[in-house]
Design a protein around this ligand. Structure first.
Ligand code: SF4
Length: 248
């Protein structure tokens, strides 16, 4: 079965998480504060689209509101053919595995790939996400020159430390629309995660098959790192099996 970049990042954190996503998503509980963060991330992503000036976005919705991925693939192909300088949500598919790149910017004979995250520092899981995208883009024949993260560029809060990934990466700042963005070039690190993606992509996809058995994975540190798992209550026996309500 094909996977998305989100599946890839989730499957690397815990294979059981990816299995539950495919086979028992009804056990998922997304806390309101996490949902608020996800919504804020989407707004941040939308605001960052114009960071390099005019752009064309491929996002296409079906009548029921779901993404029309086939239409996005077609649009992306057409935009690449006419050398569009900046494409947002550029869609790619390889053996059914798919991703939409936040921003793809033409630079000479190649492209710079950008992933937008509403975060103050470059976390390893963002690089993992980029590695998956790199694999698909390159398999689709896109000549990639660099892979970068677009992050919050305002002053670092006291409780946030610059990550190890970012310490060794070139950084620049851009002002746009009243915001300050930080651009971190993680090309070197993303090349390594691209290799990881090429090794794991098909194996993780098997977890989504109808007949896939649930991986026998117990609870542990991985339930909270890098993200608190949405099946935390389910796997830790904190909720009613029938109603999925957290026990008082
Ligand atoms: S709670 Fe832990 S064991 Fe259960 S799916 Fe999530 S990460 Fe995996």
């Amino acid at each position: 079965m094909p996977i998305s970049k989100t599946d890839f990042v989730r499957g690397l954190q815990c294979e059981k998480m990816l299995w539950l996503d495919a086979h028992a998503p009804e056990y998922k509980i997304i806390p309101p504060e996490v949902q608020a963060k996800l919504d804020a991330g989407n707004e941040f992503g939308d605001a960052a689209m114009g960071i390099f000036g005019e752009f064309v976005e491929t996002t296409t919705l079906r009548e029921d509101g779901r993404l029309h991925f086939a239409a996005m693939l077609e649009k992306t192909k057409a935009l690449l053919c006419c050398d569009t300088p900046v494409i947002c949500e550029a869609a790619f598919s390889w053996y059914g595995n798919f991703c939409a790149a936040d921003i793809l910017k033409k630079e000479g004979t190649g492209y710079a790939l950008y992933e937008v995250k509403n975060s103050y520092t470059a976390r390893q899981e963002f690089v993992t996400d980029l590695g998956f995208q790199r694999l698909l883009l390159r398999k689709c024949g896109v000549p990639l020159l660099s892979s970068k993260l677009i992050l919050r560029g305002d002053e670092l809060p006291e409780n946030v430390e610059i990550s190890d990934v970012e310490k060794s990466a070139p950084v620049e700042f851009i002002e746009h629309g009243g915001f300050r963005y930080k651009i971190v070039d993680v090309t070197k690190a993303a090349k390594l995660t691209e290799r990881l993606a090429s090794l794991r992509i098909f194996e993780l996809g098997k977890l989504k098959r109808k007949d896939a058995e649930m991986p026998a994975i117990g609870v542990g540190e991985h339930c909270e790192k890098p993200y608190r798992c949405w099946y935390f209550a389910h796997c830790h026996g904190l909720c009613d099996r029938d109603t999925n309500q957290i026990n008082e």
